[in-house]
Design a binder for this molecule. Sequence first.
Ligand code: NAI
Length: 308
Amino acid sequence: MKITVVGAGAVGATTADNIVRRELAEEVVLVDIKEGLSEGKALDMFQTATLLEFDTKITGSTNDYSKTAGSDVVVITSGIPRKPGMTREELIGTNAGIVKSVVDNALKYSPDAIFVIVSNPMDTMTYLALKESGLPKNRIIGMGGILDSSRFKTYLSLAIGCQPNDLHATVIGGHGDTTMIPLTRLATYNGVPVSQFLSADQLKQVAADTMVGGATLTKLIGTSAWYAPGASSALLVESIVRDQKRVFPCCVYLDGEYGQNDICLGVPVVIGRTGWERIIDYKLNPEEQDTFSKSADAVRNMNNVLAT
Ligand code: NAI
């Protein structure tokens, strides 16, 4: 198994670090446009092999995609992150050009790869990657919902006073402060609805905190987060390369599912060796379905910017 991670910045390097520690491939290639950055970070990471006892080889490459040839999975994290006060949507102009060129270059050398899109605004970048590559829809997966769900579980655990790992909770819809949908009705603590532990007001607060979870970190750190985004990306890659068939909320192309067409949006999907394998129908109630449609409208407006 060979995995390429494009972008050796905070998120890309953390993703690669998680991938090598978990030995998800024999070989990992880290690519960045900045001279020497990916080589340096890859060498630093490889020097942890004997300390952390992993056998995965990791190398870096300054924009030479021939080194990525034959990758099974390509993770795209290249692009600018947001600064305090910025929305993910404001990144579109710069990141669209970057994602487009990266998809073209990577595809030349890895025509059979599954692409994981992380760069923001992720829903629009996933749609762009699908259209640009012309690949079958199952091979393009946007990562956002796994991260948002982990933030949802964190805030739920803090409110309830329990371990995040005892919770099951999912965020669907867009990966934006106003477009994501924490599904509070379906969230459970050891199989029991969380509404038995929290009041409606508390649940509302948890959902609100989740939606601005990324912005809260950006304000604290001064740039966007990387530990949870990197771990989330690696978890998605793991389900692909180990064919685990795990169900994760991911941004995928909708063809009538959840009432939407010609858009990439976060829904629960089964992730395996061939990419996303099927969409799970959560049977949203009318209110949730309405919120989902509004989220789709906002993402579609952003996708339209690509055409201008
Ligand atoms: P960063 O600035 O630390 O790293 C980005 C890297 O991309 C830089 O090293 C830069 O040199 C490189 N790059 C730029 N153009 C390139 C090109 N054409 N080819 C190869 N490399 C190129 O940014 P960070 O924090 O790693 O974030 C990366 C992206 O991921 C941002 O767009 C950010 O908004 C997004 N993000 C997405 C999340 C999600 O859940 N989908 C979560 C967190 C961040």
